[in-house]
Design a protein around this ligand. Sequence first.
Ligand SMILES: [Zn+2]
Length: 221
Amino acid sequence: MTITRIIRSRRRSVALIVTREAELIVRAPWQVSEGFIQNLILEKRDWVERKIQETRERLQKIAPKQFVEGEEFLFLSQKYSLKIVDEAREISLDGPSLVFPRAFLTSPREHLKAWYRQEALKVIASRVEFFAQRDGFQYKSVRISSAQRRWGSCGSRGGLNFSWRLVMLPMSVIDYLVVHELHHLRHRNHSSRYWDAVRAAMPSFEREEKLLRFYESHVVI
Ligand SMILES: [Zn+2]
């Protein structure tokens, strides 16, 4: 059984969490060893396997978007309802509506993804620049990826990658992911020093981490 992530903090007990993406996350105190965590997972194996199975089944039931009038789409955690417009030439936000050209209905998913990618780059690149300047980080580039199971990553040469799906989430969660990846430029791991630095830069990060898990089930298009 693979652990997706171990999150260390000043908590007192170990918690096993199966995320909405059916991944296993462990929350643990600083002093608990990886061996202890592995043993705990073995002990709780039945529970973990059942939970992952249930979550996978639930994920398969999430209906993909139909691209019908009034259907809701997220942008920076706000819901916009789809408005199909004959004369529109590009996708745009207008009040509570996501304006969508009727001509795009031949391949709606591709067009919407392209739009999300473009908007994601604008939003995320400017947040990266802001935090890099504020906290003194040197990065090489910001790229938008199509990763399904990864919100962000930090390449060994200083290139930062973020999933376009992030732009559906609240700005505070985007900021957390930006801070998370920027700090990997200094610490290429999730050591206690790494998390100390993240906490210093963003004291509320655990709340954002929770929100991120919550949103994981809402970003299927
Ligand atoms: Zn990380």
